[in-house]
Structure formats: structure tokens, C-alpha cells
Design a protein around this ligand. Structure first.
Ligand code: 13P
Length: 340
């Protein structure tokens, strides 16, 4: 696989005003979201939900790439068409989550290390052969009493870099996702400090492991106050803190940054991304895009409720969120869009 192909794919993923749709929830995570809404936690229900998503009319206007899960990349529409083909026909590049989950880290109470490197070369070859052109790996960093530890940050950063190197060897663009969680009472300043340290360590490791920065996408958290922090900064303050942090640590060679939503409301995620693009777009070396799961899917899932009769309304809600985030990339999102 040529370096140019990786570069072209990475650039296409963040080109124009489009972004990524994460629909790669593992079965336990997907089941948890279904359970809250009383949707059956079966393979067929997960398949039906994913069929609803990939067949949403016009999705490709706003979505450049969709991240699938191992179960989903093998699934088909009711009529037998593979989801990978449905996406590709809609102009959406298929991607695949390849980590096998964040597990308790030995010697580090309260912290996690993401697993999945063993056998990864073989799995990447299989996914590439199935049509995936990019991949995702998520590391989780917790802010708490004395956390995160250096040990957790370093182990996760090195693992992310080794995953990224293997992806590029296989011709897949790595989406590198070190997520500093928003759970907790920490301040925006603390989130900024931790995010900066994490990203610095990640880029150090990406360099050490010889990852080509031009052929990757960074998927970070926004710099936010913890969910239970009494002081909740304004949208513009969050945008300023996030961009300031990224400018310090993300090399200009990286083509794009696609944020995770992390449990923010759909509207806030759009508004914050919009503010970053309004205030800074013309001065930044990389594109500021989105790679949301909950902030795109959740309103649609709540409408669907597992009912065939609700499919069209749910697709409209999904399309609407994708369109709002597309507008946010241009800096043209505003609250009145939510009323249309
Ligand atoms: P959220 O946007 O729901 O945080 O999910 C993004 C993601 O892909 C997590 O790995």
C-alpha cells in the first residue's frame, strides 16, 4: 500500500465539511443503550438498527466515513446487501474499530489499558480485504484523585502508536483516539492539562513508532469541565481552551482532528465544534471535524425504540444531526437549525 493512498484516504475523511459517524459500539455497549430504551438486546435488533443508519437517505452529504464493529462489518441489509456495499455506494468510506476494549490496568487501580494488539496484523488484513479503509482504537484516561498516572498514559500512548503503525502497514488509516473522560468534578483547566500531557505523550510515541502523521486522523476529546464540576464554561470558552491545547501539541502534518462527543448533549457537541470553526478555522493547520457516536445517534435511537413504524422518523433525526455537524464544520450552525 502506498503512502499516497493513506494520505489520500485521511484527507478525504476530513475534506470539505463532512465528518465521521461512529457506529462501532461493541455488543455490550450497544446492548446497554438498547436496554435503557427497552429495545431487545439481540443480534437482529443490532442489525436492524445499523440497517436504519446506513440506509438513511442523504447521509453521504454529511458523513465521509462510518466506523463499524466486527459484528457489523459482516452484516447485511434484509435484502442481503452487505452494509459495506451500502456505505460505499452512498459515498461513505467504511472503517472498523479494532481494539478489543479497555480493561482494568494491573497495578493501576481505577485506570484502564486498551487491549487488542495480539493478532492485530491478521485482523487488519482481513478487514482491509472486506473493504475497510480506516480503523479506530480508543484509549481511556480518567481524571481523579492522583489520576491519571504516568504509567497509564505511557502504556496507552505506546499501544496506540503500535496499533497505528500496524494499520499503516496494512493500508488502513489509523484514527488515534485517546479519550480523557468527562466524568467527574474536575475543572476545564485540569482537563486541559491532562489532555495536553496525554497528546504530547501520544505524539511522542507515534514518532518513535514511525507512524506517518500525514496518513492518520486524531480523535480527541474536547477540553471540557467535568460533568459534575460546578463551573461550566461557555461554548466559546470551551472552544478557546480546546484549540489552545491542540495548537500546542498536534503537529501540522496531521490532516485532521475529528472529535468524539463523549457524552455531551447533541446540541452542545455541535455548538462547541461550530465555535471552534467560527473563531479559528482560517488560522489552523488541520481540519476540525467530528467523529461522533452518541451525539449523532442518540436522538434517532430514542425515536426508533426498536419499532419498524418509527424508522423514517428516526432516519430524519439522524440526518438532521449529521447536517447540524456538517454546518458546524463550516461555522454555520446555530440554534435555529434545531427547530427545522
Ligand atoms: P461518542 O461520540 O459517543 O463519545 O463516541 C465516539 C467513539 O467512537 C468512542 O470510541
Amino acid at each position: 500500500m502506498s503512502a499516497q493512498t493513506l494520505i489520500d484516504t485521511a484527507r478525504t475523511l476530513v475534506a470539505g465539511d463532512k465528518g465521521l459517524l461512529a457506529m462501532d459500539e461493541s455488543n455490550p455497549t450497544c446492548n446497554k443503550r438498547f436496554a435503557r430504551l427497552g429495545i431487545p438486546q439481540t443480534e437482529e435488533a443490532r442489525r436492524a438498527w445499523r440497517e436504519l443508519i446506513v440506509t438513511t437517505p442523504g447521509l453521504g452529504q454529511s458523513i465521509s466515513g462510518a466506523i463499524l464493529y466486527d459484528e457489523t462489518i459482516r452484516q447485511q441489509k434484509k435484502d442481503g446487501t452487505l452494509f459495506v456495499k451500502v456505505l460505499t455506494d452512498a459515498g461513505i468510506i467504511p472503517g472498523i474499530k479494532v481494539d478489543t476494549g479497555a480493561k482494568a490496568m494491573a497495578g493501576h487501580p481505577g485506570e484502564k489499558i486498551t487491549e487488542g494488539l495480539d493478532g492485530l496484523r491478521g485482523r487488519l488484513a482481513e478487514y482491509a480485504q472486506m473493504g475497510a479503509r480506516f480503523a479506530k482504537w480508543r484509549a481511556v484516561i480518567v481524571i481523579g484523585e492522583g489520576l491519571p498516572s504516568r504509567g497509564c498514559i505511557e502504556a496507552n500512548a505506546q499501544t496506540l502508536a503500535r496499533y497505528a503503525a500496524l494499520c499503516q502497514e496494512a493500508g488502513l488509516v489509523p484514527v488515534v483516539e485517546p479519550e480523557v473522560l468527562m466524568d467527574g468534578g474536575h475543572t476545564l483547566e485540569q482537563c486541559g492539562e491532562v489532555t495536553e500531557e496525554v497528546l504530547r505523550t501520544v505524539f511522542n510515541q507515534l514518532y518513535t513508532q514511525r507512524v506517518m502523521l500525514e496518513g492518520m486522523i486524531l480523535k480527541p476529546n474536547m477540553v471540557l469541565p467535568g460533568l459534575t464540576c460546578p463551573k461550566q464554561e461557555t461554548v466559546d470558552e470551551v472552544a478557546d481552551a480546546t484549540v489552545r491545547c491542540l495548537l500546542r501539541v498536534v503537529p501540522a502534518a496531521v490532516p485532521g482532528i475529528a472529535f468524539l462527543s463523549g457524552g455531551q448533549s447533541s446540541e452542545l457537541a455541535s455548538a462547541r465544534l461550530n465555535a471552534m470553526n467560527v473563531r479559528f478555522k482560517s488560522q489552523l493547520p488541520w481540519a476540525l471535524a467530528f467523529s461522533f457516536a452518541r451525539a449523532i445517534q442518540q436522538p434517532a435511537l430514542q425515536i426508533w425504540q426498536g419499532e419498524e413504524a418509527h424508522v423514517l422518523a428516526a432516519q430524519q433525526a439522524l440526518y438532521h444531526r449529521a447536517r447540524c455537524n456538517r454546518a458546524a464544520r463550516r461555522g454555520e450552525y446555530n440554534a435555529t437549525m434545531e427547530k427545522t
